[in-house]
Design a protein around this ligand. Sequence first.
Ligand SMILES: NC(=O)c1ccc[n+]([C@@H]2O[C@H](COP(=O)([O-])OP(=O)(O)OC[C@H]3O[C@@H](n4cnc5c(N)ncnc54)[C@H](OP(=O)(O)O)[C@@H]3O)[C@@H](O)[C@H]2O)c1
Length: 313
Amino acid sequence: MVYAIGTGVANVSVGDEVVIHPGHWDPEDPTTKSGDPMFSNSAAIWGYNTNFGSFGQFCVAQEHQILPKPPDLTWEEAAASTLVGTTAYRMLFGWEGNTVRKDDVVLVWGGSGGLGTQAIQLTRSFGGIPIAVVSDTERGEYSVKKGAEGYIDRSRFDHWGEPPAFDDAGGQKAWTAGARSFGKEIWTILGTRRNPNIVFEHPGEATIPTSIFLCEAGGMVVICAGTTGYSAVVDLRYHWVRQKRLQGSHGTNDEQAIAYNRLLHEGKIDPCLGKIYAFEDIGRAHADMEKGLEVFGNRVALVGAAEPGEGAP
Ligand SMILES: NC(=O)c1ccc[n+]([C@@H]2O[C@H](COP(=O)([O-])OP(=O)(O)OC[C@H]3O[C@@H](n4cnc5c(N)ncnc54)[C@H](OP(=O)(O)O)[C@@H]3O)[C@@H](O)[C@H]2O)c1
């Protein structure tokens, strides 16, 4: 809820019900003015790199971050997916030459998680075929409910992390067999021998070798995090001969956030509200994340709303 506006603010009024996208930057930065603001040195993620009260009763945001709250969603639903949804949107539609097109196969790591549930729905909304990777059946079934064509249970494989060096013939053979049998699961789900045109990455070190190996020629592995580690190894043979793209992606620009917000307004995307915490439990929410206590979808804290369910008709 907008309580006050600064001088020069034209598109937001006191009393507006809004959501805030996480892209924050210096509007006067030359890169911001001439191109994608997320490329500027001033680009930051609001509430992560910067803290303007993102967990407080009152907070400060830049005008361009503010988007209309979808009126049909409760406060907690509206807040649930702005970070992961806009990030997933940029990953899947922000990199010209490798955006999701009709019938593209998209492999989505963490298909029941915050980013993954958004990536699955966005891919479906644009006619692509999302395939989820998860760590158990329950997570897999959840990802299918959100639109995945099928899922791969990664707990059945063990070829994770840095592959053996290229001159370790035996080690390479074993690693390649593991990666190939993982990839065959995609063919089984699809009923045809197609590899992913886009691999939606965030685990990083444990999974990048597999992602690059499986990606279709001319396809893209797009990554926004390194949850399992940052020392990812790419076998350059597969990378250059099959002309694949490894693309970093971070946050969102205004255009992408507006496009994502529109899909929420149209009811085309479920924000995937996982667990709701009371205001006084915000610390516990962070501790739960650190402990790896996962939820399906997103974790949300009530700030201002007394109880769940407020803010919608
Ligand atoms: N750069 C950005 O703009 C940006 C924006 C949003 C989020 N992020 C980052 O992206 C990461 C994911 O965010 P999130 O909200 O989606 O988190 P999340 O809800 O916790 O989901 C992460 C998923 O990763 C999967 N996973 C965990 N360990 C794995 C492993 N060893 N190998 C493969 N998959 C594994 C888990 O699924 P299974 O166990 O079922 O496989 C889990 O559901 C975080 O590090 C977050 O900080 C970055």
